[in-house]
Design a protein around this ligand. Structure first.
Ligand code: NAD
Length: 284
């Protein structure tokens, strides 16, 4: 079967063109939108992502202030930084990069990000708004999956979709967004029994587990659509996804590449959220 590659590059470019114009309009009339990127890890895949965010912000004219609190930052230090940035009128948007230091969970600190600046939708308020179908910032990666599927004109209503991964920042919000699109959603996780038979019963499989090669040909049915959210560092230093592309390619109708699939769309949506937060702040 000829598997279509679900590239995110064209969609990301279209989103970025709009963001750049909105950024220029704001900067013509005041300061450029300003993102605070809070980091507290020494994870290589994370620093690859942080670098790509910094470059993306620069290309779009968005200010990006990276604050590295170190891989041993305490809950109190993280909360204090997030609260200070939430109160700082010069900061339009806050993003807290994961992973967090050992023993610190997102739930320990995310409530210190004010929801108006929570551009990656991680705070309990943002997640609650999403669960209630109310307006708020949605986690960019989850939104990117839905936008990528729509861009490639893949219908969602009535389709059975397996989401592999149930984290608060990817899997769970994605399940909510897909439900809002009238899909039938099965959420799988590390305790799912017999993952291949669960995912092979669905039309679309989204791999968001952070495990190299987890989803193989035996996890999908003939003609399935496969979206790879994984961003993992392989032993050779390359960034690879969760999908074993070689075995899946024999069966899938379409597969999103890593890199070049969900990733660029996630970054573009995050930057769009930064500009939206800045526009909202100017209007307030
Ligand atoms: P996480 O570690 O918080 O959660 C992983 C989830 O996968 C958990 O719910 C776990 O139950 C599930 N899981 C783990 N092993 C499994 C297995 N063997 N079978 C079934 N389920 C399993 O990770 P996360 O933050 O949600 O990120 C997931 C992946 O997405 C990572 O590779 C991350 O780097 C990537 N990511 C990509 C982007 C992007 O823009 N492309 C953005 C954020 C995260």
């Amino acid at each position: 079967m000829d598997t279509v590659s679900l590239s995110g590059k064209e969609l990301a470019a279209a989103i970025n063109a709009d963001t750049k114009a909105r950024t220029a309009a704001l900067a013509a009339d005041g300061p450029a939108p300003q993102l605070a990127l809070i980091v507290a890890n020494d994870d290589p895949a994370s620093s690859w992502y942080v670098n790509s965010l910094r470059k993306a912000a620069e290309r779009l004219g968005i200010g990006c202030d990276t604050v590295d609190l170190g891989a041993d930052a305490s809950v109190d230090a993280l909360r204090a930084e997030l609260a200070a940035r939430s109160a700082d009128p010069a900061t339009d948007a806050i993003m807290l990069q994961t992973p967090l230091p050992a023993g610190v969970t997102l739930d320990d600190v995310s409530s210190s990000i004010t929801s108006t600046k929570d551009v990656d939708g991680v705070s309990p308020l943002s997640l609650g708004l999403l669960a209630s179908n109310l307006d708020g910032f949605v986690p960019a990666t989850s939104e990117a999956v839905v936008e990528l599927l729509k861009h490639h004109e893949i219908p969602l209503a009535g389709r059975h979709i397996a989401v592999v991964g149930r984290s608060n920042i990817v899997g769970k919000p994605l399940a909510q967004l897909l439900l809002a699109e009238n899909a039938t959603v099965t959420v799988c996780h590390s305790r799912t029994t017999d993952l291949p038979s669960v995912t092979a019963a669905t039309d679309i499989v989204v791999a968001a587990a952070g495990r190299i090669g987890l989803v193989t040909g035996k996890h999908i049915r003939e003609g399935a659509i496969v979206i790879d959210v994984g961003t993992n560092e392989a032993p050779d230093g390359k960034i690879v996804g969760d999908v074993d592309a070689d075995s899946v390619r024999d069966k899938a109708a379409a597969l999103s590449p890593v890199p070049g699939g969900v990733g660029p769309v996630t970054t573009a949506l995050l930057m769009r959220h930064v500009v939206t937060a800045a526009e909202n702040a100017r209007r307030a």
